[in-house]
Design a protein around this ligand. Sequence first.
Ligand code: 1PR
Length: 523
Amino acid sequence: MIAFLDYGAGNVRSVINGIESLGEKVKVVETAEDILSAERLVFPGVGAFGSMMQILNEKKYVEPLKSYLQSGRPFLGICLGLQALFEGSEEAPGVKGLGFIPGMVRRFDINLSVPHIGWNGLNFKQPSRIFAGVRGDEKFYFVHSYHVVPTDDGAVLTTTNYEREFVSSIQIGNIIATQFHPEKSGSAGLQILKNFLDTSVEQGRPVRDSKSTRLAKRIIACLDVRATDQGDLVVTKGDQYDVREKGAVRNLGKPVELARRYYQEGADEITFLNITGFRDFPLEDMPMLEVLRQTSENVFVPLTIGGGIRDYIDKKGREYRALEVASEYFRSGADKVSIGSDAVLIVEEYLQTGRKTGRSSIEEISRVYGNQAVVISIDPKRVYVQSTDAVRHQVIETAIPGPNGERYCWYQCTIKGGREGRDLDAVTLAQVCEQLGAGEILLNCIDRDGTNLGFDLELVNAVSDGVSIPVIASSGAGNAEHFYEVFTRTEAESALAAGIFHRREVPIGDVKNYLKDKVEVRL
Ligand code: 1PR
């Protein structure tokens, strides 16, 4: 039996699913006594350092945790579960951590995108039983803006490079903690979980040839989900957002089955977009939650869900906060939520008033779950203009002239699945969302969606030049070369496709094989 510390923030379901898939039973900690009597304890921290410590203090778990750690019984901390072991964090100045390891948690101070999101490698500094059966060249999933800085190196198990070398796991006797997420790192991650659970395994010392690790470019499979006119929840796919063919909603398969297929085929991440979420309230749309629950049972890569994340008043007049909607998604197995229409409205209000309200969905969700959990999904359309000062938006010069020979354009934000254009450009939207706490941009493009013409590189460059958070390029992928193009000619950290994967035109494996000697990918 594994004692499992769920303090109520973020996606802990996948850790439970990971442990259970290995044949172990999990008991969720409900009292301080459960910590004191645990024989093996897993602490998968998710969210923000300050709110985590506040909850641990409120639940009176801090002293029991300290005494558990002192006892030397097996402990596995994941992500914030690693950071919690330190004295404090720059994320929450003045808030004390558990102080089990001398040192602090610091924010990345680098030129690369922060958060550090994606699949990166490990430099092995000590042998450990959690590495039994690990080759050494595998990649593991990271998502964090802060990293631990121990006062001395004695406990350092691995490091990872992201502009600088940082500590990516520690071990002191039976106390092991990783910055990466084993439960989101496919079969290599499950091997680490398995080794932790089986205390009898021999030590492993994997070998790596190269001196530093590299973050992989991510290939993301996207599933646009909605109900057909008969009420079945299906994966659909539009051409420039029109998902109907001869009047009926295109049906490309069942969401859970397709997600499993993409996991098996090597997708680095899976995104579900509930594309009619803007008109249906997601908490009434239980099938979507069920899709997440079932998918996360055996898909061990990050899951993002979007659609309908906003404040809402139901038929009985009860008000729901976007945070509640997001929380329900996280509890059902999502690692990140993506916000589309609501982000546009929030930014419009911000530009009018010049003030952060602190109560927008972006701010509230990122405060509780961390910036990395909030993705902004942008649905822009190209609008041609004659000159840079023709509109008060961020205008770019384009190599693809407009119908009247225009050499300039801007990218108009839309809401409600592209149905309504707004007086706001995609670059400004992305910039304001970053300021409000978003951790990543999912950059669609209505003009390219479903066309197979390749990503709109000009759009991707305009937005990624404007922000310092990672950008996912989306819409238009038609072949493997398009991924190469977007990764070498823009700063996009990942690329997302739908149609070519659903129709089996270009399998994910072929994309990665094509990229493998040219661009860092996870194989
Ligand atoms: O506005 O917060 O409720 O979120 C709604 C979400 O649903 C948004 O993220 C929006 O992008 C999405 N959405 C709404 N309507 C559609 C539609 O297609 N009619 N889908 C839609 C967006 C676009 C991409 C697609 C890529 C790759 N889908 O995600 O997967 O363009 O396609 P391709 O590789 O086939 O070219 P809210």
